[in-house]
Design a protein around this ligand. Structure first.
Ligand code: 13P
Length: 252
């Protein structure tokens, strides 16, 4: 049985004061929620403040990226060691915004995944097709290609810890959610490919999150699908009430 995993990707939002306010509001709303893994991914500048507030809570801390290099001359990058030092247990890797605006590729994703695993950080690996790709009938080629290449550095025995986030690019921040059936169809294909790569037992253990305009009003139906094991939430994770409602939908 896979434990549902709901993560909030705050993207480039919140000053430290705003981040503290958000997490302070969120904690009591979800403190009694059992059976769901919960994480938030603030910007790098807010990690320390949020980490302090999360101590002793049932909410974990994720970064929004992670360097593939251990240390040294990599201006602007943050290493796995530094992320661990500040309290991160997870790292979002290869988000479509990183691919689209900052030139990240499946190759850099694969290296970042390796760095995370080598340092005991759980990678949340993002994959997803654009609208053009979907309309051209290339959804499965694109998504499964990103999956295979992005996970090329993962060994079978460590694969079960990896989290995959399927985020159709056309559904991110647009209010256009994939229908539960559309999302489930892709999630099922992802799990089948994971079984080819890592064996059925590992594929059955890997959590697959859906991301793209997840809200309190659609979370339950999405999370009710057989291969949807959680959500990676953007906009709605910036409001404590909305994010808490999504978390509760995972066990409803
Ligand atoms: P929205 O929930 O704002 O559509 O963002 C989804 C996302 O990109 C999470 O990583």
């Amino acid at each position: 049985m896979r434990k549902p995993f709901i993560a909030g990707n705050w993207k480039m939002n919140n000053t430290r004061a705003e981040a503290r306010e958000l997490v302070t509001a969120l904690k009591p709303l979800v403190a009694s929620v059992d059976g769901v893994e919960i994480a938030v991914a603030p910007t790098f500048t807010c990690l320390q403040d949020v980490a302090e507030l999360l101590k002793g809570s049932n909410i974990e801390l994720s970064s929004q990226n992670i360097s593939y290099a251990a240390k040294g001359a990599y201006t602007g990058e943050i290493s796995a060691d530094m992320l661990k030092d500040v309290g991160c247990s997870h790292a979002i890797i290869g988000h479509s915004e990183r691919r689209q605006y900052f030139g990240e590729t499946d190759e850099s994703v694969s290296k970042r995944v390796r760095a995370a695993l080598d340092n005991g950080i759980v990678p949340i690996v993002c994959i997803g097709e654009s609208l053009d790709e979907r309309e051209a009938g290339k959804t499965f080629d694109v998504v499964l290609g990103q999956l295979v290449n992005g996970l090329s550095s993962v060994k079978r025995e460590e694969s079960a810890t990896v989290v995959i986030a399927y985020e159709p690019v056309w559904a991110i921040g647009t209010g256009k959610t994939a229908t539960p059936e559309q999302a489930q169809e892709v999630h099922a294909a992802i799990r089948a490919k994971l079984a080819e790569l890592f064996g059925q037992d590992n594929a059955d253990a890997i959590r697959l999150q859906y991301g793209g305009s997840v809200k309190a009003s659609n979370a339950r139906e999405l999370l009710g699908q057989k291969d949807i094991d959680g959500a990676l939430v953007g906009g709605a994770s910036l409001k404590a009430d909305d994010f808490a409602a999504i978390i509760k939908a995972a066990v409803a």
